[in-house]
Write a protein that binds this ligand. Structure first.
Ligand code: SAM
Length: 246
């Protein structure tokens, strides 16, 4: 890299962000190394193999078997952890909605964070994998216009990846009203300055959200990057409901 380019980069936002990451990484240097093989080595291979054998030949119409591919899912979840900068962050309490096999919380826990998952009790395989990984779960169906249960604790971060609870690919797909209720509700479970990180699935028509829903998320203070909807410090009231002058 040329010297003048280096200086420009240093003075730009990009340079400051990477300097910040570099400094934080050196502070957190004694953390568990975020490498796929090292993470997989921490999982009891015999117990995992028993689970694999029990479910590998399961009903092929139920797509859960794909979660037996540790290489793939640990790689994906290391990427998520880095994306959210949990590798750089102080110890966080995390709630993961629709936690599935629990790999995201497992990797987060290796880094010293604490986690609670929420999921349906649809497949025994998820119960067995989360139990093997030591990931705590609450069994609860997320339903439109119904509040989440009292977890008895607040969270610094609420996540949901590959979201299905919004009636994904079903005729009653959530719109603005359902998301509005949901955001208000999850905000009650956030600690001060808590963050929300949601990742939507693509719908059958190829879209992720309607223009109206995108505008609604933005009005509530989200940063949006394609399927990722991120709130850095709680969720705002929609601008339309704020008094004039705000
Ligand atoms: C596509 S999987 C994603 C699993 C995990 N988040 C991941 O990215 O690896 C969707 C998850 O959401 C859960 N789920 C679907 N509908 C739900 C609902 N209404 N309430 C709670 N969990 C739900 C499923 O049981 C499943 O674990």
């Amino acid at each position: 890299m040329r010297f003048d380019h280096k200086i420009k980069k240093l003075l730009s936002g990009q340079g400051l962000a990477s300097a910040r990451k570099h400094t934080l990484r050196s502070f957190r240097g004694n953390r568990f190394p975020l490498e796929k093989t090292r993470v997989i080595e921490t999982i009891d291979p015999v117990a995992f193999e028993r689970i694999r054998q029990r479910y590998a030949g399961d009903n092929p119409t139920e797509d859960w078997r794909k979660y037996l591919d540790l290489d793939r899912w640990i790689t994906i979840n290391i990427r998520r952890i880095r994306d959210i900068e949990l590798d750089l962050a102080r110890r966080k309490r995390i709630l993961d909605l629709g936690c599935g096999a629990g790999y995201f919380l497992y990797v987060a826990q290796l880094l010293g964070h604490t986690g609670l998952g929420l999921d349906l009790d649809r497949t025994r395989m998820f119960a067995e994998i989360t139990s093997l990984l030591g990931v705590r779960r609450v069994i609860q169906r997320i339903r439109a216009f119904h509040p989440l249960p009292d977890f008895g604790e607040k969270f610094d971060l609420i996540t949901a990846f590959m979201i299905c609870f919004n009636s994904h690919r079903r005729p009653n797909l959530w719109g603005v009203a359902e998301w509005d209720f949901f955001l208000d509700d999850i905000a009650k479970h956030l600690a001060p300055r808590g963050r929300i990180w949601l990742e939507l699935n693509r719908e059958s028509d190829g879209t992720i959200y309607t223009p109206e829903l995108k505008e609604f998320f933005l009005k509530r203070g989200a940063r949006i990057d394609e399927h990722k909807i991120m709130f850095n410090s709680g969720v705002h009231e929609p601008a339309s409901t704020l008094p004039v002058g705000h």
